[in-house]
Write a protein that binds this ligand. Structure first.
Ligand code: HEM
Length: 253
Protein backbone atom coordinates (compact mmCIF):
# COMPACT_ATOMS: atom_id res chain seq x y z
CA UNK A 1 0.00 0.00 0.00
CA UNK A 2 1.22 3.55 -0.74
CA UNK A 3 2.46 5.33 2.40
CA UNK A 4 3.05 9.00 1.57
CA UNK A 5 4.93 10.60 4.45
CA UNK A 6 5.91 14.21 5.23
CA UNK A 7 9.64 13.60 5.47
CA UNK A 8 11.39 16.96 4.84
CA UNK A 9 10.16 19.91 6.92
CA UNK A 10 9.87 23.44 5.44
CA UNK A 11 13.07 24.80 7.04
CA UNK A 12 14.99 21.68 6.08
CA UNK A 13 14.05 22.14 2.42
CA UNK A 14 14.79 25.87 2.52
CA UNK A 15 18.17 25.23 4.11
CA UNK A 16 19.00 22.45 1.60
CA UNK A 17 18.18 24.53 -1.49
CA UNK A 18 19.78 27.75 -0.17
CA UNK A 19 22.92 25.81 0.69
CA UNK A 20 22.95 24.25 -2.79
CA UNK A 21 22.54 27.66 -4.43
CA UNK A 22 25.20 29.34 -2.28
CA UNK A 23 27.74 26.52 -2.71
CA UNK A 24 27.16 26.59 -6.48
CA UNK A 25 27.63 30.39 -6.53
CA UNK A 26 30.69 30.25 -4.23
CA UNK A 27 32.24 27.59 -6.47
CA UNK A 28 31.57 29.67 -9.60
CA UNK A 29 32.97 32.94 -8.17
CA UNK A 30 35.75 31.08 -6.30
CA UNK A 31 37.07 29.39 -9.42
CA UNK A 32 36.94 32.71 -11.24
CA UNK A 33 39.09 34.17 -8.44
CA UNK A 34 41.34 31.13 -8.84
CA UNK A 35 41.74 32.04 -12.51
CA UNK A 36 39.94 29.04 -13.99
CA UNK A 37 37.68 31.20 -16.20
CA UNK A 38 36.38 34.75 -16.67
CA UNK A 39 32.71 35.68 -16.21
CA UNK A 40 31.97 38.40 -13.60
CA UNK A 41 35.46 39.89 -13.72
CA UNK A 42 38.00 39.36 -10.91
CA UNK A 43 36.97 42.36 -8.72
CA UNK A 44 33.26 41.53 -8.93
CA UNK A 45 33.91 37.84 -8.34
CA UNK A 46 35.76 38.67 -5.09
CA UNK A 47 32.95 40.98 -3.94
CA UNK A 48 30.17 38.48 -4.77
CA UNK A 49 32.17 35.61 -3.24
CA UNK A 50 32.39 37.53 0.04
CA UNK A 51 28.66 38.36 0.12
CA UNK A 52 27.71 34.74 -0.61
CA UNK A 53 30.19 33.55 2.03
CA UNK A 54 28.53 35.72 4.72
CA UNK A 55 25.09 34.51 3.59
CA UNK A 56 26.31 30.91 3.92
CA UNK A 57 27.66 31.60 7.43
CA UNK A 58 24.28 33.05 8.51
CA UNK A 59 22.47 30.03 6.98
CA UNK A 60 24.83 27.65 8.81
CA UNK A 61 24.08 29.37 12.16
CA UNK A 62 20.32 28.92 11.61
CA UNK A 63 20.83 25.31 10.44
CA UNK A 64 22.88 24.44 13.55
CA UNK A 65 20.11 25.88 15.75
CA UNK A 66 17.44 23.94 13.80
CA UNK A 67 19.36 20.63 13.96
CA UNK A 68 19.80 20.84 17.73
CA UNK A 69 16.38 22.23 18.61
CA UNK A 70 14.56 19.54 16.57
CA UNK A 71 16.88 16.64 17.45
CA UNK A 72 17.49 16.12 13.70
CA UNK A 73 21.26 16.06 14.37
CA UNK A 74 20.78 12.41 15.41
CA UNK A 75 20.11 11.52 11.76
CA UNK A 76 23.84 11.96 11.13
CA UNK A 77 25.12 9.64 13.85
CA UNK A 78 27.29 7.14 11.96
CA UNK A 79 26.50 3.41 12.02
CA UNK A 80 28.29 0.33 10.70
CA UNK A 81 24.99 -1.49 10.20
CA UNK A 82 24.28 -2.02 6.47
CA UNK A 83 27.38 0.00 5.52
CA UNK A 84 28.97 -2.74 3.39
CA UNK A 85 25.58 -3.73 1.93
CA UNK A 86 24.97 -0.09 0.94
CA UNK A 87 28.43 0.21 -0.68
CA UNK A 88 27.86 -3.09 -2.56
CA UNK A 89 24.52 -1.78 -3.71
CA UNK A 90 26.08 1.35 -5.24
CA UNK A 91 28.94 -0.64 -6.84
CA UNK A 92 26.98 -3.65 -8.15
CA UNK A 93 23.38 -4.05 -6.98
CA UNK A 94 22.12 -0.83 -8.52
CA UNK A 95 23.06 -2.09 -12.01
CA UNK A 96 21.21 -5.38 -11.43
CA UNK A 97 18.03 -3.71 -10.22
CA UNK A 98 18.60 -5.07 -6.70
CA UNK A 99 16.35 -3.69 -3.92
CA UNK A 100 17.62 -0.78 -1.78
CA UNK A 101 19.37 -2.31 1.25
CA UNK A 102 18.31 0.50 3.62
CA UNK A 103 14.67 1.38 4.17
CA UNK A 104 13.99 5.12 4.53
CA UNK A 105 11.84 6.21 7.48
CA UNK A 106 11.05 9.62 9.02
CA UNK A 107 13.33 8.81 11.97
CA UNK A 108 16.11 7.47 9.74
CA UNK A 109 16.17 9.33 6.43
CA UNK A 110 19.80 8.64 5.56
CA UNK A 111 21.50 5.40 4.58
CA UNK A 112 24.77 4.58 6.43
CA UNK A 113 26.94 5.98 3.61
CA UNK A 114 24.98 9.23 3.50
CA UNK A 115 25.30 9.53 7.29
CA UNK A 116 29.10 9.26 7.01
CA UNK A 117 29.49 11.64 4.07
CA UNK A 118 27.09 14.29 5.38
CA UNK A 119 28.64 14.15 8.86
CA UNK A 120 32.08 14.60 7.25
CA UNK A 121 30.79 17.63 5.37
CA UNK A 122 29.27 19.13 8.50
CA UNK A 123 32.14 18.65 10.91
CA UNK A 124 35.10 18.82 8.54
CA UNK A 125 34.71 20.20 5.02
CA UNK A 126 32.27 23.09 5.70
CA UNK A 127 34.14 24.27 8.86
CA UNK A 128 37.46 24.07 6.95
CA UNK A 129 35.97 26.18 4.13
CA UNK A 130 34.49 28.75 6.54
CA UNK A 131 37.64 29.04 8.68
CA UNK A 132 40.07 29.16 5.75
CA UNK A 133 37.77 31.63 3.96
CA UNK A 134 37.58 33.91 7.02
CA UNK A 135 41.35 33.67 7.46
CA UNK A 136 41.65 34.61 3.78
CA UNK A 137 39.44 37.70 4.37
CA UNK A 138 40.90 38.87 7.66
CA UNK A 139 44.55 38.01 7.19
CA UNK A 140 44.95 39.44 3.77
CA UNK A 141 42.80 42.52 3.78
CA UNK A 142 44.46 44.23 6.79
CA UNK A 143 47.76 43.68 4.97
CA UNK A 144 46.37 45.43 1.90
CA UNK A 145 45.28 48.47 3.91
CA UNK A 146 48.69 48.79 5.45
CA UNK A 147 48.39 46.66 8.57
CA UNK A 148 51.42 44.45 8.02
CA UNK A 149 50.54 42.01 10.80
CA UNK A 150 50.99 38.98 8.58
CA UNK A 151 53.11 38.27 5.60
CA UNK A 152 51.27 37.49 2.35
CA UNK A 153 53.28 34.26 2.14
CA UNK A 154 51.40 32.82 5.10
CA UNK A 155 48.27 32.81 2.94
CA UNK A 156 49.67 30.08 0.68
CA UNK A 157 48.66 27.10 2.84
CA UNK A 158 45.25 28.72 3.49
CA UNK A 159 44.73 29.18 -0.26
CA UNK A 160 45.71 25.55 -0.91
CA UNK A 161 43.39 24.19 1.79
CA UNK A 162 40.51 26.45 0.63
CA UNK A 163 40.99 25.39 -3.00
CA UNK A 164 41.25 21.66 -2.12
CA UNK A 165 38.02 21.99 -0.11
CA UNK A 166 36.41 23.67 -3.13
CA UNK A 167 37.44 20.75 -5.40
CA UNK A 168 36.06 18.32 -2.84
CA UNK A 169 32.73 20.19 -2.66
CA UNK A 170 32.43 20.25 -6.46
CA UNK A 171 33.09 16.46 -6.56
CA UNK A 172 30.49 16.01 -3.82
CA UNK A 173 27.88 18.05 -5.71
CA UNK A 174 28.44 15.98 -8.89
CA UNK A 175 28.08 12.63 -7.07
CA UNK A 176 25.13 14.00 -5.09
CA UNK A 177 23.33 14.88 -8.35
CA UNK A 178 23.92 11.35 -9.69
CA UNK A 179 22.85 9.61 -6.46
CA UNK A 180 19.77 11.82 -6.29
CA UNK A 181 18.47 9.94 -9.35
CA UNK A 182 18.85 6.50 -7.73
CA UNK A 183 15.74 6.60 -5.53
CA UNK A 184 12.63 4.46 -6.10
CA UNK A 185 12.19 6.43 -9.35
CA UNK A 186 14.60 8.88 -11.06
CA UNK A 187 12.74 11.91 -9.67
CA UNK A 188 11.36 10.61 -6.35
CA UNK A 189 14.20 12.04 -4.20
CA UNK A 190 14.09 15.39 -6.01
CA UNK A 191 10.30 15.64 -5.64
CA UNK A 192 10.57 14.81 -1.93
CA UNK A 193 13.11 17.62 -1.35
CA UNK A 194 10.83 20.06 -3.22
CA UNK A 195 7.43 19.11 -1.77
CA UNK A 196 8.51 17.52 1.54
CA UNK A 197 6.41 14.40 0.79
CA UNK A 198 7.69 10.98 -0.23
CA UNK A 199 6.06 7.60 -0.82
CA UNK A 200 8.19 5.45 1.47
CA UNK A 201 6.50 2.22 0.38
CA UNK A 202 6.45 2.84 -3.36
CA UNK A 203 8.37 -0.35 -4.06
CA UNK A 204 6.33 -2.53 -1.70
CA UNK A 205 3.15 -1.21 -3.25
CA UNK A 206 4.05 -2.94 -6.53
CA UNK A 207 4.78 -6.14 -4.62
CA UNK A 208 1.45 -5.83 -2.76
CA UNK A 209 -0.41 -5.43 -6.04
CA UNK A 210 1.28 -8.49 -7.48
CA UNK A 211 0.57 -10.61 -4.40
CA UNK A 212 -3.04 -9.40 -4.29
CA UNK A 213 -3.52 -10.45 -7.89
CA UNK A 214 -1.84 -13.77 -7.14
CA UNK A 215 -4.09 -14.40 -4.13
CA UNK A 216 -7.19 -13.49 -6.12
CA UNK A 217 -6.31 -15.92 -8.93
CA UNK A 218 -5.61 -18.69 -6.38
CA UNK A 219 -9.03 -18.22 -4.75
CA UNK A 220 -10.67 -18.19 -8.20
CA UNK A 221 -8.94 -21.44 -9.15
CA UNK A 222 -9.91 -23.11 -5.86
CA UNK A 223 -13.55 -22.08 -6.24
CA UNK A 224 -13.64 -23.33 -9.81
CA UNK A 225 -12.18 -26.68 -8.69
CA UNK A 226 -14.77 -26.99 -5.93
CA UNK A 227 -17.64 -26.19 -8.34
CA UNK A 228 -16.30 -28.82 -10.77
CA UNK A 229 -16.04 -31.42 -7.96
CA UNK A 230 -19.58 -30.64 -6.78
CA UNK A 231 -21.02 -30.97 -10.30
CA UNK A 232 -19.30 -34.36 -10.69
CA UNK A 233 -20.79 -35.59 -7.39
CA UNK A 234 -24.22 -34.20 -8.30
CA UNK A 235 -24.08 -35.92 -11.72
CA UNK A 236 -23.06 -39.24 -10.13
CA UNK A 237 -25.90 -39.00 -7.60
CA UNK A 238 -28.38 -38.12 -10.31
CA UNK A 239 -27.20 -41.13 -12.36
CA UNK A 240 -27.58 -43.39 -9.31
CA UNK A 241 -31.12 -42.09 -8.68
CA UNK A 242 -32.07 -42.62 -12.33
CA UNK A 243 -30.73 -46.21 -12.22
CA UNK A 244 -32.66 -46.84 -8.99
CA UNK A 245 -35.98 -45.56 -10.46
CA UNK A 246 -35.42 -47.61 -13.61
CA UNK A 247 -34.80 -50.74 -11.52
CA UNK A 248 -37.97 -50.28 -9.39
CA UNK A 249 -40.07 -49.60 -12.49
CA UNK A 250 -38.70 -52.76 -14.14
CA UNK A 251 -39.44 -54.79 -10.96
CA UNK A 252 -43.01 -53.47 -10.90
CA UNK A 253 -43.64 -54.46 -14.49
C1 HEM B 1 31.91 30.90 4.35
C2 HEM B 1 32.62 30.32 3.46
C3 HEM B 1 33.67 30.97 2.57
C4 HEM B 1 34.43 32.10 2.76
C5 HEM B 1 34.42 33.04 3.96
C6 HEM B 1 35.27 32.26 1.59
C7 HEM B 1 36.18 33.29 1.36
C8 HEM B 1 37.06 33.35 0.32
C9 HEM B 1 38.02 34.39 0.09
C10 HEM B 1 38.18 35.62 0.96
C11 HEM B 1 38.71 34.10 -1.01
C12 HEM B 1 39.85 34.92 -1.63
C13 HEM B 1 39.35 36.04 -2.45
C14 HEM B 1 40.52 36.89 -2.89
O1 HEM B 1 41.47 36.35 -3.47
O2 HEM B 1 40.46 38.09 -2.63
C15 HEM B 1 38.21 32.85 -1.51
C16 HEM B 1 38.69 32.21 -2.60
C17 HEM B 1 38.16 31.07 -3.11
N1 HEM B 1 37.03 30.41 -2.64
FE1 HEM B 1 36.03 30.84 -0.98
N2 HEM B 1 35.02 31.24 0.73
C18 HEM B 1 34.02 30.45 1.29
C19 HEM B 1 33.44 29.33 0.76
C20 HEM B 1 33.81 28.80 -0.44
C21 HEM B 1 33.15 27.65 -1.04
C22 HEM B 1 31.97 26.90 -0.42
C23 HEM B 1 33.80 27.39 -2.20
C24 HEM B 1 33.57 26.35 -3.24
C25 HEM B 1 32.61 25.49 -3.27
C26 HEM B 1 34.87 28.37 -2.32
C27 HEM B 1 35.79 28.42 -3.35
C28 HEM B 1 36.82 29.31 -3.44
C29 HEM B 1 37.87 29.24 -4.44
C30 HEM B 1 38.02 28.16 -5.50
C31 HEM B 1 38.72 30.34 -4.23
C32 HEM B 1 39.97 30.67 -4.99
C33 HEM B 1 41.14 30.13 -4.17
C34 HEM B 1 42.50 30.49 -4.72
O3 HEM B 1 42.71 30.44 -5.91
O4 HEM B 1 43.36 30.80 -3.92
N3 HEM B 1 34.83 29.21 -1.24
N4 HEM B 1 37.20 32.42 -0.69
Amino acid sequence: MARVVYIYKAFERFWHWMQALLIFFLAATGFEIHGSFKFFGYENAVEYHNYAAYALIILIIFAIFWHFSTGEWKQYLPTKENLIAQANYYILGIFKNAPHPTKKTVLSKLNPLQKLVYLGLKILVIPVMVISGLLYIYYRYPHQTGVEALSIDSLAPIAIIHTLGAYFLVAFVISHLYLMTTGETITSNLKAMITGYEDLDGHDEEKDEVSDEYEESEIKEETEDKIEEKTEIDNAEEKKEDEHTLKTENNKS
